[in-house]
Design a protein around this ligand. Structure first.
Ligand SMILES: Nc1ncnc2c1ncn2[C@@H]1O[C@H](COP(=O)(O)OP(=O)(O)O)[C@@H](O)[C@H]1O
Ligand SMILES: [Mg+2]
Length: 258
């Protein structure tokens, strides 16, 4: 029943069913001071379901933030469906949404209703209309009783769901998920996975665990801020796993165990 509701949430005029999102990165560079995280990243890609893999520190979260327009590249361009997502924030909110790995980094307001209504208001709705739309989303997820709940009293998995409801309420054509399963218990994971499999918008799913990425057609492997491979999911993931296994076998701990 919830999965069916999810389908309806994605099916709004702002999120046409499975029309690909066009990513356009042109020599995009992002550095923290001296530390260059993404260097001259160029990418032209139509995305419906894209998996992004890579080791810790390879730049996956930075790429997610660039694509969502939360940070601007220091050089180059990032566009989604022609929108400069860092500059044109209002247009960007309909094109792309992001679910952070850590809900505490995403949540701003004390109560569930305020959190959901905020994004909708940012898209240009008046306060009353934003709250009405937020209530409708809660009802579709069967969570109307959460409306006045203080988010800091919810569990980690419940906070995650609040963030997912908030981002899907805005019906972005492209939803970016940054390690969405990390730290979730098995039932919450299964629930979230079911929601996502019915999401009618496009998805970019970042994970370092290939087990999370069934059902994705393309994969991008990021290595030290560069594209190590991009193409059909099965091939890219197989190469990635082979490389990671090789690295794992080469480390000092493995040597000691032998
Ligand atoms: N605020 C920051 N200041 C300095 N370096 C950072 C900061 N945030 C991230 N980095 C560095 O950028 C690199 C890429 O980070 P990140 O995009 O989070 O990688 P991933 O998500 O793949 O683990 C890492 O080496 C990380 O240490
Ligand atoms: Mg990360």
């Amino acid at each position: 029943m919830i999965a069916q509701d999810m389908t309806q949430i994605g099916r709004t005029p702002a999120a046409p069913v499975r029309q690909a999102s066009q990513l356009h990165l042109e020599a995009a560079r992002f550095a923290h001071g001296e530390k260059v995280v993404l260097d001259a990243l160029t990418l032209d890609l139509a995305v419906t379901r894209l998996a992004v893999v890579g080791r810790n520190g390879s730049g996956k979260s930075t790429l997610a933030r660039l694509l969502a327009g939360l940070v601007a590249p220091q050089e180059g361009r990032v566009r989604i469906n022609g929108t400069d997502v860092a500059r044109d924030r209002k247009a960007a909110l309909g094109e792309v949404g992001i679910l952070f790995q850590n809900p505490d980094h995403q949540i701003i307001f004390p109560t569930v209703l305020e959190e959901l209504a905020f994004g909708l208001a940012q898209q240009g709705r008046k306060k009353a209309a934003a709250e009405a739309a937020a209530r409708a989303v809660l009802a579709r997820f069967g969570k109307s009783h959460w409306e006045a709940a203080y988010i800091n009293t919810l569990s980690h998995g419940q906070k995650h769901l609040v963030c997912l409801m908030a981002v899907t309420a805005m019906a972005p054509r492209l939803l970016i998920l940054d390690e969405p399963f990390a730290g979730l218990d098995i039932p919450t994971r299964a629930q979230l996975s079911r929601y996502l499999s019915h999401y009618t918008g496009n998805l970019i799913h970042i994970s370092h665990d290939p087990a999370d990425l069934a059902g994705y057609d393309q994969a991008l492997w990021l290595e030290r801020g560069q594209i190590a491979a991009l193409g059909a999911r099965d091939r890219v993931i197989a190469d990635y796993v082979a490389r990671m296994t090789e690295l794992g076998e080469a480390d000092d701990i493995a040597d000691l165990a032998g």
